[in-house]
Design a protein around this ligand. Structure first.
Ligand code: AMP
Length: 288
């Protein structure tokens, strides 16, 4: 596996592959990789001739009071995982390689980025859209891979690719969970042992929501009421939002159908965790 740190080297390597007629998959990450990220790599390796992963903690998607400085990093371990999963090239730029001191061009989105996580993280999706645009312009991949774990991000990228005519196929990959149900996340490392236990309330309420949907519930208020009651049974959980939104435009809806999204952000102590399910997806399973 090759590591490159400059846009010029990344572009040059991908150009060589393209000249040989090889297809290229791109998996953007912020590092501190786990099996959730690995599932994106596996998918890319299975359907593209070459796979590029980026490991870059993108500063412009963090608000001033967020965890940019403390975001977990371990590039050596990341490389091990990427190599084990058959990644061909890892792009690991410095901040200054991505953003000149006088960087001043951003890609922003209306509507989809204003709800759910966007409501409390006003600049987050602008940062995401901008960095993904830069990566797409540099790599020009055939396919780009994102996790359903960040469902709003996935919907936003799909919309951006459509709106701006990027010539790439966006592939969404299912949420990978710990055996006990907790969605894998780099931020899980922030949790103390007690918080780690309390964090199970997210997947438990996701499962309750799925059970209710399976039973025919289609009223958002009824579904959310039951899920919020469940979340309220955990004293350490501080709910930022639980919402039902249209699966494409991320706007809240009173009644829902298959393909719509039920999403939540919950703080356990000072750690902000997210989880979601798409109505109609297979139900999550976990060891009791
Ligand atoms: P991040 O490093 O958190 O920016 O995540 C990079 C990519 O990995 C994003 O597309 C995430 O949605 C995806 N991802 C993170 N955690 C998981 C997970 N538990 N299951 C599936 N995909 C994930």
């Amino acid at each position: 596996m090759k590591t490159v740190t400059t846009i010029a080297d990344l572009r040059a390597q991908v150009k060589e592959w393209k000249k040989e007629g090889l297809t290229v998959g791109l998996c953007p990450t912020m590092g501190y990789l786990h099996e959730g990220h690995a599932s994106l790599m596996d998918k890319s390796v299975s359907c593209c001739d070459r796979t590029v992963a980026s490991v870059f903690v993108n500063p412009i998607q963090f608000g001033p009071t967020e965890d940019l400085a403390t975001y977990p990093r371990d590039f050596e371990r990341d490389c091990q995982l990427l190599e084990e999963h058959g990644v061909d090239l890892v792009f690991h730029p410095e901040d200054r390689e991505m953003y000149a001191e006088d960087f001043s061009t951003f890609v922003d989105m209306q509507v989809l980025s204003t709800t759910l996580c966007g409501a409390s993280r006003p600049i987050h999706f602008r940062g995401v859209c901008t960095v993904i645009t830069k990566l797409l312009n540099t790599v020009n991949p055939d396919k780009i891979f994102f996790g359903q774990k960040d469902a709003q991000q996935l919907a936003i990228i799909r919309r951006m690719v459509r709106d701006l005519n990027f010539d790439v196929e966006v592939i969404g990959c299912p949420i990978v969970r710990e055996p006990d149900g907790l969605a894998k996340s780099s931020r899980n490392t922030y949790l103390s042992a007690e918080e780690r236990k309390a964090a199970l309330i997210l997947s438990r309420s996701i499962r309750l929501g799925q059970d209710l949907c399976e039973g025919g519930e289609r009223n958002s208020a009824a579904l959310l009421g039951a899920m919020k009651d469940k979340l309220a049974t955990e004293p350490m959980a501080n709910v930022e939002y639980v919402e039902v939104v249209n699966g494409e435009n991320m706007q809240p809806i009173d009644t829902f159908q298959e393909g719509d999204l039920v999403a939540m952000a919950v703080r356990i102590g000072s750690t902000r965790l997210i989880d979601n399910f798409t109505v109609g997806d297979p139900k999550i399973t976990f060891a009791e």
